[in-house]
Design a protein around this ligand. Structure first.
Ligand SMILES: *Cc1c(COP(=O)(O)O)cnc(C)c1O
Length: 658
């Protein structure tokens, strides 16, 4: 994209503003970024025009996110910073448990609710420990999908009465660990996901003489929706088909073990944005549950898996970034569906288990990062080509002058055609490099005008939306999409993004965000919108003397562990904050990776690297190509860079700090 076009002879055209210009306030920003849609009750915009965090919506404490960021920087913590709000996590756990308890009361359901948190969604030690601690009043447990996760669960559930649900691929040592853990007084359910696992568990329980507490995962025919539709349905990786379920019951009966089968589990995928597939799956699973009881299995637990969605764009629709139901409705649907089937079959009500991950941890963290550079689109008027200039230049200029909202699409085609003609003419030697540059500038001016004209349109044709994106400025940001928000790249996940300050000022720049990786995928060019998605984000012009901070919200689920070391940008600095009477407290600081830590992950040895560079420097010195001062400078920079944070350091501060 061209930057600053050359100055031209005509005065700049005034940017047209709507007639009814009203003063921009913090409320205007709240509306523009749909903060109450995705952020309530935790995030809002305060009168000072900054994002405000009410980590505990039942308390009075409010944290100004901009001030918090400045305070954390003053402590020597560099951006990008992942800020965890413990009180938000506590509140999410409370809400999920209370929603189920309320649904149970409302429906007069004669059974309990015992939620579990799936460790895979965010495995960070502090998060898991907090989930266990905050969930203790409700006997909230953990779901594990692998052996290492089981090890985490056993270590962190020391004093907890919660369930441990074991899913995932299981080998002998996974199964033995799960069985023996019962002796620690934990309630550990081994969920059979494949038929072969039964024999493994059976052999293990014989060997150890421990009676297993078994669950079974059903492969439902009701599919989820959207991206994770494949998690359920006939082709799903895990789960027993109905034929296999019957076979399992027969095997259990033959060994007199039907009393061991205690739980039915299903999981139809994550972020299920519509309530309909959830209800369908519930009905199917409940029916299977009833049948299993009637076939003589002990049962007693029905585990409805995860899938509870959150509203990333605040639209309250079944769009993939949203959901068309509330937590309360979800709980009532789960409870009432199970109740109806059990009443009909005259069975006692099972304890309901759910495995919500995203809905528990997404809200509690915010990534704050700074803008380190911009490439801004400047609106200036184009110069008329000289009399003797090439016809293609005149043609572009005429197109430029004629653009109006009525003919944008036609003139867009004309501009594109003239531009490609100028490229051909250059290839065959009919246009000089200077003339071709002039053509490019004129084309760019056409785009600017088209961009302005498009704003007046009610309906924007698809090809012109492309102009909009192309005319957006680029804001270069100090973070790595691959490390901090891999799902934006991998599955087009949308996270709410917005400046965290200056919100009482009208944002006038349309920008896409580019990260520090030199990868064309390291760009965010899709943003939440009430309808569908936007291609650019409204931001403020950046000045040299003031930092500009953006926040990426609701990214506490799945992102941290998926993150990779693209271009060797490592883990970000992270802090855990809790609210206190006078404001907030920093409970834990977890330093992000240093350059040498990241290099070791990929099997480089920083000592050997230093040695190699030093030898080359000595060599250059001995041959008189390098002075001692230059050698010292090289080695100092090289060695301190190895110990520094992998992200960009502010120009004014020492590099070694991180
Ligand atoms: C991933 C997973 C979950 C969590 O799903 P969410 O949609 O994040 O709530 C729950 N159960 C199982 C078996 C899973 O694999």
């Amino acid at each position: 994209m061209p930057t600053d076009p050359a100055p031209t002879g005509r005065p700049p055209e005034p940017v047209s503003l709507p007639d009814d210009v009203v003063e921009w306030t913090a409320d205007s920003s709240e509306e523009l970024y749909q903060v109450s849609g995705w952020g309530a009750p935790y995030f809002s915009v305060n009168d000072a025009g900054r994002v405000e965090v009410r980590a505990n919506p039942n308390g009075d404490s409010r944290i100004d996110l901009f001030e918090l960021t400045e305070d954390l920087r003053a402590r020597g913590l560099q951006l990008p910073l992942l800020i965890h709000f413990s009180d938000i996590l506590a509140h999410r756990i409370r809400r999920i448990n209370e929603s189920f308890l309320r649904a149970i009361q409302e429906c007069e359901y004669d059974g309990d609710y015992r939620g579990v948190y799936p460790v895979k969604v965010n495995q960070q030690r502090h998060i898991v420990e907090e989930v266990v601690r905050f969930g203790a009043p409700w006997g909230f447990g953990l779901e594990v999908g692998s052996k290492p996760e089981l090890l985490i669960a056993l270590a962190s559930m020391r004093d907890s009465a919660g369930l441990i649900i074991c899913n995932g691929y299981k080998d002998r040592s996974y199964i033995e660990t799960a069985l023996v853990a019962q002796r620690l007084g934990r309630t550990v359910v081994i969920v059979l996901e494949r038929m072969e696992e039964f024999e493994l568990v059976y052999a293990g329980s014989q060997r150890l003489d421990i009676k297993p507490m078994l669950g079974v995962r059903a492969k439902l025919t009701s599919k989820g929706m959207g991206r994770w539709a494949e998690s359920a349905g006939d082709r799903a990786k895990f789960g027993l088909t109905t034929a296999e379920l019957v076979q399992l019951v027969d095997k259990l009966e033959a060994r007199d073990l039907r009393s061991c089968l205690r739980l039915l589990h299903f999981h139809i995928g994550s972020q299920i944005s519509s309530i309909i597939p959830i209800k369908n799956a519930l009905q199917e699973a409940t029916q299977i549950y009833v049948e299993l009881v009637e076939m003589g299995c002990a049962m007693g637990y029905l585990d409805v898996g995860g899938g509870l969605a959150i509203d990333y764009d605040g639209s309250k629709t079944d769009f993939h970034a949203s959901r068309n139901y509330t937590l309360g409705e979800y709980a009532v649907d789960v409870v009432s569906t199970i109740q109806a089937a059990c009443l009909k079959a005259e069975l006692s009500m099972p304890t309901i288990v759910s495995e919500s991950g995203r809905a528990v941890v997404a809200h509690q963290s915010v990534l704050v990062f700074d803008v380190v550079g911009t490439q801004r689109v400047q609106y200036r008027a184009a110069a008329k080509p000289d009399e003797g200039a090439h016809p293609v230049l005149h043609q572009l200029f005429e197109t430029y002058e004629g653009i109006s909202p009525k003919n944008v699409q036609e003139f867009w085609h004309d501009a594109c055609q003239a531009k490609s003609e100028s490229e051909s003419l250059f290839r065959f030697g009919y246009l000089t490099l200077r003339e071709r540059a002039h053509a490019e500038r004129l084309y760019y001016h056409c785009c600017c005008r088209i961009h302005e004209a498009v704003k007046m349109l009610k309906f924007v044709p698809e090809e012109l939306q492309e102009v909009e994106k192309r005319m957006g400025s680029i804001y270069y940001c100090n973070f790595s999409v691959f490390q901090s928000a891999p799902d934006t790249w991998a599955i087009d996940q949308l996270f709410p993004l917005m400046p965290i300050h200056r919100l009482d000022e009208q944002p006038t720049v349309d920008a896409t965000l580019a990260d520090l990786t030199c990868d064309s995928d390291g760009v965010i060019d899709k943003f939440i919108d009430v309808e569908d998605v936007k291609r650019t984000l409204k931001v403020h012009p950046v000045t040299d003397d003031e930092p500009y901070y953006l926040g990426m919200f609701l990214n506490g689920a799945y992102q941290e562990i998926l993150g990779d070391l693209h271009n060797l940008f490592g883990d970000t600095n992270a802090v855990h904050i809790s609210t206190a009477d006078y404001g907030y407290r920093v409970n834990h600081v977890i330093k992000g990776d240093s350059m040498s830590e990241v290099l070791r992950y990929v099997a480089h040895d920083p000592e050997r690297m230093i040695e190699s560079v030093r030898e080359q420097a000595e060599d250059a010195y001995s041959k008189g190509r390098m002075s001692l001062d230059e050698m010292r400078r090289l080695m100092e920079n090289y060695e301190s860079a190895l110990e520094a944070y992998t992200y960009l350091a502010p120009a004014s501060e020492p590099d070694s700090e991180r």
